[in-house]
Design a protein around this ligand. Structure first.
Ligand code: C2E
Ligand code: MG
Ligand code: MG
Length: 713
């Protein structure tokens, strides 16, 4: 066969073939397999187009799910196989060259929408069928009555030919006759059924009114009734039916027989149970999901006087890094293990654990004494996370931050409680993580200001509320100032000066980081130019400027051009600029992401890997990245504060420095606060340092002074 690559149409067709092969065996269609494939092809196209559409709309999944029901794929297995197939092959065959991560997320949402569309179509169909059966029952009653009165032969034809089960019993409940459909439903012969007593068919799931309605009917007080009823089959399995029982009267109008019409709903019921399960449980961990949890929480909050609830909202610390560096499969295995451990923490009655999504979990406890039990629950959870989790032969340390909300039932809505728990969890996280915090209304209010900040951000740039402080970078060998890092601040009209940690994440979230980052770059490069003009040609070359880049700026298409333009406009050489990118932004980066950085590096701009050592990046990977500087994270410096410093930490830093140097990378250390630290780091071979020991971040002139003092001192 030729090795010619397939076009998109061939690949779409192949996906439809696989899909039809998987599902055809469990459909009740009269079409052949190839005909069935033709039926699926437009659905496959629909999904494929939705997958790649510019703006994503999961509704296509709904339509496809509903169309499956239309095509007689109502068996539960058909849905399950369809979802498996979409999960495994849609992105593969129809994804084109789009971003895999994004495509997989879309495929997941399409699957959810398909399941929802399927369930809804099935529900609508069931309702329509029930309607039709009720109608058929009434008609059959008329027909049967007529037939009884007219000829026995005609009656038998209706009776035996009916697609639904029909049985006739006398008013004492002795079964007189049953048709073929009913025998098949019970898996019994005519003999096996005839002569049985109706009242033998009591089932533990019978609705409370079942036998009262029956008694009313046989005593002539009621003409018919309709309900869902379960029966035991002789082999012990359960048959679920839609049952309609009618009273037949003789020509004089006296009650004579009872006529039962039943439709087998066992499969549909199983499917509904399964859909309900799937709609309320998380596919990865099997834990109850957000929907289920909300139902439970609402119930707990609606419980009567004197009842209380306690909630632990857990978010894993640094989970994104695990995902980015070890891959999603490893991340998934970690989540499954965490879920298992959490489940084991909440086994008492009134306790439950759920996964809200991503790496967020909740545990709920209810009862009269939740003030105590919720603390115990949180402690159990923290404890359960202590032992490392082994994934792919690596021992991963997992930590989490928990927000706790506790209180009486009946005061707040589920959404309010969850929001407060979420805010509290963030507080635990920003206090360093690996801890739990208790909700308090004041902290909640502060978090709400965070929301206020987000809305004030866009105008702040236009109003000139941002300014930049500069922190010198000092050469460890001779103590000379070599440059500075630009650190942005926001002078907020109400809140005063805000540090970047307060607003950079918000700016990243809203996309404002791109114009803000461009502004910082332009200002700082101008500043570098000014230093050069004032400082003139001193021996060590011009002062260099370090500017931080957010991950979103990396993926922004204008990065290279903006930078080039700014450098040209200000007349600053590219090698006077260093862009700092955090380690975590580059972990697992593919070539597309690295391309702009590579272009900048080729022009002579330095790229620094910021906060190095906080992620799980593979050191061997460094070679692949266009970086020329490592900025060792503050945590390494911190551990050198005590004397003597931890020998293991020293070894690690020494190892990193020598590896960096062998790769031709310079090493800068952050957070140097004491002379002892500076000396230690110099001995370990670090090149440049930054920290309060030399200077706090400050206005640009300060740097000038420092450099002068230095040059003369
Ligand atoms: P970073 O790039 O790692 O910056 C170093 C941070 O350490 C700065 O915090 C600095 O004030 C602080 N620092 C410096 N010396 C010492 C010391 O001796 N001890 C201690 N404890 N801290 C020290 P800052 O200014 O709050 O900035 C925080 C982070 O915000 C920065 O971390 C950087 O990631 C981000 N950031 C700052 N400006 C910008 C910007 O213009 N754009 C972007 N995207 N991010 C920025
Ligand atoms: Mg930095
Ligand atoms: Mg840093």
């Amino acid at each position: 066969m030729s090795a010619e690559p397939d076009g998109p149409e061939d690949r779409l067709r192949r996906f439809a073939t696989i899909w039809s092969r998987a599902v055809f065996p469990v459909t009740s269609t009269s079409a052949t397999r190839p005909e069935f494939e033709e039926l699926l092809l437009p659905l496959a196209r629909l999904l494929s187009e939705a997958l790649r559409a510019r703006s994503f709309d999961p509704d296509a999944g709904r339509t496809a799910g509903a169309a499956l029901v239309e095509a007689h794929c109502t068996d539960p297995e058909a849905l399950s196989r369809t979802l498996d197939c979409v999960d495994a092959y849609l992105v593969l065959y129809c994804g084109g060259d789009g971003d895999r991560e994004d495509l997989r997320a879309r495929s997941g949402r399409l699957q959810h929408a398909m399941a929802a569309g399927f369930a809804q179509a099935l529900r609508e169909r069931t309702l329509a069928e029930q309607e039709a059966i009720a109608q058929a029952a009434l008609e059959a009653q008329g027909v049967v009555a007529q037939a009884l009165h007219a000829t026995e032969a005609r009656f038998r034809a209706v009776f035996e030919g009916a697609a639904i089960g029909i049985g006739i019993a006398d008013l004492e409940g002795n079964v007189l006759q049953v048709n073929g459909a009913l025998r098949r439903m019970f898996g019994l012969s005519e003999q096996g059924l005839r002569g049985r007593k109706v009242k033998e068919w009591v089932h533990p799931d019978d609705a409370p009114q079942t036998w009262r309605l029956y008694d009313e009917l046989v005593s002539g007080e009621r003409e018919h009734y309709h309900l869902e009823k379960a029966f035991y089959r002789p082999d012990g399995t359960v048959l679920w039916t839609n049952l309609t029982v009618s009273l037949l009267r003789d020509a004089d109008g006296d009650p004579q027989y009872q006529l039962a019409l039943m439709e087998d709903t066992t499969e549909r019921r199983l499917l509904n149970l399964r859909l309900r399960y799937e709609a309320t449980h998380d596919a990865l961990t099997g834990l109850p999901n957000r929907t289920f949890f909300f139902e439970r929480l609402e119930k707990a909050l609606g419980a009567g006087e004197g009842r209380r609830f306690g909630l632990c909202y857990l978010d894993l610390d640094g989970f994104k890094t695990v995902n980015d560096s070890l891959g999603h499969a490893a991340g998934d295995r970690l989540l499954v293990e965490v879920a298992d451990r959490l489940q084991a923490c909440a086994t008492a009655s009134g306790e439950m654990v759920a996964r809200l999504g991503g790496d967020e979990f909740v545990a709920l406890t209810t009862g009269p004494d939740t003030e105590r039990t919720v603390d115990e629950l949180a402690a159990r959870i923290m404890n359960a996370l202590l032992a490392p989790i082994s994934v792919d032969g690596r021992e991963l340390t997992v930590r989490g931050s928990i927000g706790i909300v506790e209180g009486p039932a009946g005061e707040r809505s589920a959404a309010e409680v969850l929001r407060s728990a979420d805010i509290t969890m963030y507080r635990a996280k920003s206090a360093g993580g690996n801890r739990f915090e208790l909700a308090d209304p004041e902290a909640d209010a502060r978090a709400i200001t965070r929301h206020g900040l987000t809305t004030a951000l866009p105008t702040a740039l236009d109003r000139g509320e941002f300014f930049i402080e500069y922190q010198p970078l000092v050469h460890l060998g001779d103590g000379s100032v070599r440059g500075a890092e630009a650190l942005v601040r926001w002078l907020h009209p109400q809140h005063g000066v805000l540090s970047p940690d307060r607003f950079i994440p918000l700016a990243e979230h809203t996309g404002l980081i791109v114009p803000l980052g461009r502004w910082v770059l332009e200002q700082s490069v101008r500043q570098a130019r000014e230093w050069r003009d004032r400082h003139g040609g001193e021996a060590l070359g011009p002062l260099r400027i370090n500017v931080n880049l957010s991950p979103c700026q990396l993926t922004h298409p204008g990065l290279v051009q903006d930078t080039v333009e700014i450098l040209e406009r200000t007349g600053v050489e590219p090698d006077a600029l260093c862009l700092e990118v955090t380690e975590s932004a580059l972990i697992g980066a593919d070539d597309d992401l690295l391309k702009p950085l590579r272009r900048l590096a080729e022009m002579g701009v330095d790229i620094a890997l910021d906060d190095f050592g906080t992620g799980y990046s593979n050191l061997a990977n460094l070679r692949r990245l266009p970086v020329s500087v490592l900025k060792l994270d503050r945590s390494f410096t911190q551990s050198m504060q005590q004397f003597p410093a931890d020998p293991v930490d020293l070894k690690i830093v020494e190892g990193i420095v020598s590896l960096a140097h062998s790769l031709d990378l310079a090493v800068t250390v952050e957070g140097v606060e004491t002379g002892a630290q500076a000396e230690q780091l110099r001995l370990l071979g670090c090149d440049t340092a930054q920290g309060w020991y030399y200077a706090r971040p400050g206005p640009p002139d300060r740097l000038h002074e420092l450099a002068l003092v230095d040059a003369t001192g």
